[in-house]
Design a protein around this ligand. Structure first.
Ligand code: ATP
Ligand code: MG
Length: 899
């Protein structure tokens, strides 16, 4: 049964039982304290905890989940993915234990042709809280489930709670017995060494957890808390691992071999030439690749971008681990462009938007792989120098400081350094590395603390504002230079009476033309000249408390004293560029709402010199055609020289005029409304703008992306920056048309036909190569000789043969030698600096005691490489490409020896 079918049956089953079908929430939960959605119940927490009333009594979902705490288990256990799908059914004050048990029994054991999953009831086990007599009796008496297969556990091992006072409950966990091949039998009523013994976990797989939210719990540490009584509203929340059921129903060994994951393993095998099942470490790597590629796909689809903290870091780590695993499998080229589309193609059956959004998703993932490859490239050179130096001095270990430098400067993860060191026979002073790390963390913590007090200690600023009695007037809407008075001077966060150049200072003026950063508009810069000769260069203006702009900058000449007269002048060029960006933001906002609907409202913005960024609410990627519409509309309106005006008015009046306000922002009673073209665009806004739209020159949208659930971002260049951008693109196009030797208009067609031809040529080439190998194979078979009654074909394929082709050749040769008499094929080849070896046996040879794995070991030893495999097929490599004849001799000798 395909995974998508398990998914569909789940929803159908519970929909028929009057459950509201709730679509999967995003992986990125709207609660910022939760990194990712880790369980199906996460979106329903308010209904379970009781902070909100559920709009339905029963619900069903299949929820996308990410669990990063399972990352180390991936590929090593059979059942832990970083991404997986949790199917759940929920009852909020409706059915309770008996209902939940009945549904789960009916669905798990119901016949497949009647919509069930058709599991053999004899293979099911369930765990319960030892005091949960109600569930026990129901299972035994009503369902007829054998008491021997009910495992009764103490509260600590069977409970669920949120970690704080509130609802808590016991659970019932369905397990599936995979049979004696996977571990010892459980004595009745107790799973072997329950919980947590690896053999037991391999054999008895937890598939479905039923949580019975029944009690109100009090304060306490860990699981040690009092149960205060029963809840008024009891709930059911359950979670079944879709992938776990899939691997059971698909008869596979683990969750990485199911239909939605395995194709990526197959692709990775093809790329790397490693055979899944031939070597335990390789297998783990292949599974890690398949798991992580899928998780990256799903995370980027939900708007996560690689970064250095929080969600972005998890994504970065997943992509990097996948790339690195491919390298450890011997594949050094970019691998994501080959792997990600495979994952998308299998996952889109359940998540169709992966297809439509794929160009954006793949851009993000491929760029991250490229960035990591650059990291690896620069760090590897440094690593080689380090390792060389250590060796030259006869050392055996890389210093912790150096490992730390690789990490800190080149972003080299320590495990990578460890692995690379091991490859060249060195160790790493891990202790030293860790102490360098913690020193750095201490420094960072101290910095952060200093920054925080600098920013959030507003007491002094409040006092200054209190003493002056009113807000500092902002004159910058009309003036660019103002004669005023220096009121307060601060150095290192304290008021001073005098300070001499050079010094970093903060000053408060009696009035100012400087705009303090606010509402997405960046601060003005400029200069303050003091009557005593002092000069302050202002590079930032912030209002730590409302109404008190604080000018931050450097006293470059003379002295500064409170009370001095001053001329404050802003950098007009910067201000102009910022004002153009701000007016452009309002225009893009309005044009987006016209194009996408009124719902596309502002969620944030940034107006900097010559460029703007606008964030708005919209549930999906904005189609290219809509962006073109918006850009066209804005630029048409620029030419119409629309007037930009502003007016102060009571907030109610502004709202009646339809002015857009920023959601969640607090406004005073009197507000400023900025209008463009009369009533075309009206927004509440304190920022500075240009007088007419003509001043903008041109506006160029350069990007559109998602920045979180339901929020999109557009970036645009304004004025001269837009011109420069266009000029650069123009130069690029003319360069391209020169190279391609066609006019600019014919470029797309030319590139399309070229790539088409390239694809065809590649296909032909592959076909030719196949044919050539086949032809060669025919001749090679003739050269088989007989050693101890076995036909043996030993061949040196020479330089330039990819490991994948080598394997195909060996399989082909083995087929040609037939099944009638014992036959062994061994082919050695070299791809660049690495030798590769593949050995295969037919069934008759295996009966005669010939084992591909053992023969390969003998050959690999002779070439100084490694590898392994099963009796029928084995593969290895990495040795000296000059030693191919010794390798084949060693295999011949081994064959002679066993004969
Ligand atoms: P385990 O003890 O096996 O790690 P768990 O107790 O962490 O599982 P729950 O939190 O009870 O699991 O989640 C409910 C169901 O989700 C489990 O019964 C299982 O089928 C599935 N599940 C949990 N974690 C994973 C994972 N990392 N990969 C795949 N499925 C999972
Ligand atoms: Mg569990």
């Amino acid at each position: 049964m395909r995974t998508s079918e398990i998914h569909r049956r789940w929803l159908d089953f519970f929909a028929k039982k009057q459950h509201e079908v709730v679509p999967s929430a995003s992986l990125v939960s709207s609660d910022p304290s939760i990194l990712f959605t880790i369980a199906g119940m996460v979106p329903f927490i308010p209904y379970i905890v009781g902070t909100e009333k559920a709009p339905y009594a029963r619900a069903v979902s299949v929820q996308k989940c990410i669990r990063t705490n399972d990352i180390e288990n991936v590929g090593r256990t059979t059942r832990h993915g970083t991404f997986f799908q949790m199917a759940g059914n929920f009852s909020f004050g409706d059915y309770f234990k008996k209902g939940a048990i009945d549904f789960s029994w009916e669905l798990l054991t119901g016949a497949q042709d009647e919509g069930g999953y058709g599991l053999d009831p004899e293979r099911l086990w369930i765990t319960l809280w030892e005091e949960d007599q109600e569930s026990f009796d129901h299972l035994v008496e009503v369902i007829g489930f054998p008491a021997e297969r009910i495992v009764r556990l103490p509260w600590e091992e069977s409970c669920w709670d949120t970690g704080q006072p509130g609802p808590a409950g016991s659970t019932g966990e369905w397990h599936y017995d995979r049979g004696p091949e996977f571990g010892p039998d459980a004595p009745h009523g107790v799973l072997p060494e329950w919980p947590g013994s690896p053999e037991a976990e391999d054999r008895y797989i937890e598939i479905w957890n039923l949580v019975f939210d029944q009690f109100l719990r009090g304060e306490g540490k860990g699981k040690d808390y009092p149960l205060l009584g029963e809840l008024d509203q009891k709930s059911i929340d359950t979670g079944l691992g879709v992938e776990r059921l899939a691997y059971i129903l698909q008869g596979r060994n683990n969750m990485y071999e199911v239909d939605q994951v395995f194709p990526v393993i197959e692709k990775a095998q093809e790329l790397s030439g490693r055979v899944y099942g031939a070597d335990d470490e390789d297998d783990v790597r292949l599974r890690v690749v398949a798991d992580h590629v899928r998780s990256a796909l799903m995370l980027v689809a939900d708007g996560v971008k690689p970064g250095n903290e929080g969600r972005g870091y998890v994504l970065r780590r997943l992509i990097r681990r996948a790339v690195r695993s491919m390298r450890l499998l011997g594949y050094d080229d970019p691998s994501m462009p080959a792997l990600l589309p495979v994952s998308k193609d299998v996952m889109k059956e359940s998540y169709s938007q992966l297809e439509s959004d794929f160009s954006r998703i793949s851009d993000v993932v491929y760029a991250e792989e490229e960035a990591f490859r650059r990291t690896l490239a620069s760090g590897t050179t440094i690593f080689d120098q380090l390792a060389g130096g250590v060796r030259e001095q006869g050392g055996r270990s890389i210093a912790g400081e150096d490992a730390f430098r690789l990490h800190d400067t080149f972003g080299f993860p320590i495990d990578l350094t460890l692995e690379m060191a091991q490859e060249v026979g060195l160790s790493v002073d891990e202790e030293g590395f860790r102490s360098a790390m913690s020193e750095q963390r201490e420094r960072a913590r101290a910095d952060a603390a200093a920054k925080k007090t600098g920013h959030t200690d507003t007491a002094l600023y409040n006092r200054i504002l209190g003493q002056r009695g009113e807000a500092v007037p902002f004159l910058g809407y009309t003036e660019s230079s103002v004669a005023t008075t220096l009121e307060s001077v601060l150095v290192d966060g304290a008021l001073v009476d005098t300070v001499q150049a050079p010094a970093d200072i903060e000053v408060v003026l009696a009035s100012t033309p400087f705009y303090a950063e606010m509402g997405g508009q960046l601060a003005d810069q400029g200069r303050i000249a003091l009557t005593g000769g002092g000069i302050i260069e202002v590079d930032d203006v912030q209002a730590p408390v409302k109404g008190l702009p604080v000018h931050r900058g450097r006293l470059v000449e003379g002295e500064a004293h409170p009370g001095e007269s001053a001329i404050a002048t802003i950098d007009l060029e910067r201000r102009g560029a910022i004002a153009r960006a701000h007016t452009a933001t309002h225009m893009v906002h309005q044009a987006l709402r016209e194009e996408l609907g009124e719902g596309a409202t502002q969620a944030g913005s940034e107006n900097s010199p010559g460029r703007m960024r606008f964030d708005f609410r919209f549930g999906q990627a904005v189609p290219k055609s809509s962006l073109e519409e918006v850009e066209g509309r804005v630029n048409t309106l620029l030419q119409q020289e629309l007037e930009v005006t502003d007016a102060q008015m009571p907030i109610d009046e502004a709202k009646a005029l339809g002015a857009q306000a920023l959601f969640g922002e607090k406004y005073g009673d009197i507000v400023r409304v900025v209008s463009i073209g009369g009533d075309w665009s009206r927004e509440l806004c304190g920022g500075t703008h240009v007088p007419t739209t003509g001043a903008l020159g041109s506006v160029n949208l350069v990007g559109e992306s998602s920045i979180g659930s339901g929020v999109r971002r557009v970036d645009a260049l304004v004025g001269l920056n837009a011109y420069r951008h266009q000029a650069k693109e123009k130069a690029l196009v003319s360069q391209l048309s020169e190279i391609m030797n066609v006019g600019a208009d014919d470029l797309p067609e030319r590139v399309r036909s070229l790539t088409q031809r390239l694809r065809e040529t590649e296909k032909q080439l592959a076909a030719m190569r196949g044919a050539q190998l086949q032809a060669e194979a025919g001749r090679l078979v003739e050269s088989a000789r007989t050693i101890g009654g076995t036909r043996v074909l030993l061949h040196d394929a020479g330089e330039g043969i990819a490991a994948g082709d080598l394997r195909t050749l060996v399989q082909d040769l083995r087929n040609r030698l037939g099944e009638d008499s014992p036959a062994v094929v061994a082919v050695v080849g070299a791809d660049g600096a690495k030798a590769a070896l593949v050995v295969a046996t037919n069934a008759a040879a295996r009966e005669a005691g010939r084992r591909a794995g053992a023969l390969l070991k003998a050959g690999a030893e002779a070439m100084g490489g490694r590898g392994g495999g099963k009796d029928d097929m084995a593969q290895g490599g990495g040795g000296d490409p000059q030693r191919t004849s010794q390798t084949l001799d060693a295999i011949a000798a081994a064959l002679g020896a066993d004969a």
